[in-house]
Design a protein around this ligand. Structure first.
Ligand code: FE2
Length: 276
C-alpha cells in the first residue's frame, strides 16, 4: 500500500522508487531464467538487433513477431565488421521481449500477485492490462545508450494511461548506465509516436518540445530488487554501459482498460491481456 506521501511524490515527480519491492530469491529466479532463455537462443533463428538509434532495424518480422512471443535481440555493437559476435552470446543480448509475462512461467509468477495488483490500484489503474514485458540486459562494455523517450510513444492509449514497472535485477548506478529521468517531466506533451502501418514502422513527431538538457537528468541508482514506477509520459534515458558489470532490469508495461488501445501501435494482440 502506497502512503499518501508516496502517491503525492508520484503525481509531482512522475516516478516512484520502491527499494526492496522484490526479494533476492525472486530476483535470482528471473535472472537465472533470463540467462537460460539466452543460452537456448539460436542466433540463426532471428536477426534482431535492437537500438533506439535505428528505428528502421525494428521493422523486421522478428520484432513484430515478438509481440506475443519470447525473443532475444542483440546489441547493436555485438558484432564485428564480418558479422561475428565479439563477446560471448550471454553478454551480447540487448533484450528479451515482449510476452515473457504470459509465455514463461517463471516470469509470469514474477509479474503477477497481490502486491503488484494493490500497487496498480493505488496508482489509479482501475482495470490494468499487461501488454508488454522485457528483460533489458545492458551488458558490460557494449550495453547501448537509450536516448530520451516517453514510453507512451510505443504504447499509446487515449487517454494516455501506460505505466512502466521497472525492476532492477542487478545493482544499477551511474557507472553501469542506471535510469535517468526528468523529474516532473510527465506534465509535458507526448513528443513522438511509434506507428505501424501494416508491417511498416515509423516515428511520427507530434510536438516540438525539446528533450531535457543533460543537466536536467536525475540519475536513479537502484539496488537489485528495487521497483521504479514510471509515468508513461515521463522522459527517461540511460547512458551506455562501459563498465565490467551488467545492469539487467525487467520491465512491465500496463495500461488501464478504461482507455483505448490504438490500432496503430506496433504491438497488437488477438485478445485483451490480463492484469496483475
Ligand atoms: Fe522506457
Amino acid at each position: 500500500m502506497l502512503t499518501p506521501l508516496q502517491l503525492q511524490r508520484y503525481r509531482d515527480d512522475g516516478y516512484l522508487v520502491l527499494p526492496g519491492f522484490k526479494s533476492a530469491q525472486a530476483v535470482r529466479a528471473v535472472r537465472d531464467r533470463a540467462l537460460a532463455i539466452v543460452e537456448a537462443f539460436d542466433p540463426a533463428a532471428g536477426s534482431g538487433v535492437f537500438t533506439t538509434k535505428d528505428q528502421a532495424a525494428k521493422s523486421d518480422a522478428w520484432f513484430l513477431g515478438s509481440a506475443c512471443d519470447v525473443r532475444c535481440f542483440f546489441e547493436a555493437q555485438a558484432f564485428d565488421a564480418d558479422g561475428r559476435l565479439m563477446q560471448p552470446k550471454a553478454e551480447s543480448i540487448n533484450k528479451i521481449g515482449h510476452a515473457l509475462h504470459e509465455r514463461d512461467p517463471v516470469f509470469a509468477a514474477f509479474s503477477h500477485g497481490p502486491e503488484l495488483a494493490e500497487l496498480a490500484a493505488d496508482l489509479g489503474l482501475v482495470a490494468p492490462q499487461l501488454w508488454q514485458s522485457m528483460v533489458i540486459f545492458k551488458p558490460p562494455r557494449i550495453g547501448g545508450e537509450v536516448l530520451w523517450h516517453q514510453d507512451a510513444t510505443f504504447l499509446c492509449t487515449e487517454p494516455s494511461t501506460v505505466t512502466g514497472f521497472w525492476f532492477a535485477l542487478e545493482d544499477a548506478d551511474a557507472s553501469n548506465g542506471c535510469l535517468q529521468v526528468q523529474r516532473g517531466g510527465h506534465r509535458g506533451p507526448l513528443r513522438e509516436r511509434f506507428v505501424r502501418d501494416g508491417d511498416t514502422l515509423a516515428m511520427q513527431r507530434l510536438d516540438d518540445t525539446p528533450w531535457p538538457a543533460a543537466a536536467d537528468a536525475v540519475p536513479l541508482p537502484a539496488a537489485a530488487g528495487t521497483l521504479v514506477v514510471l509515468h508513461g509520459l515521463l522522459p527517461h534515458c540511460s547512458a551506455p554501459n562501459r563498465s565490467a558489470h551488467s545492469r539487467a532490469a525487467y520491465t512491465l508495461h500496463a495500461i488501464d482498460g478504461a482507455s483505448r488501445w490504438l490500432a496503430s501501435n506496433w504491438l497488437q494482440r488477438a485478445t485483451i491481456p490480463a492484469g496483475f
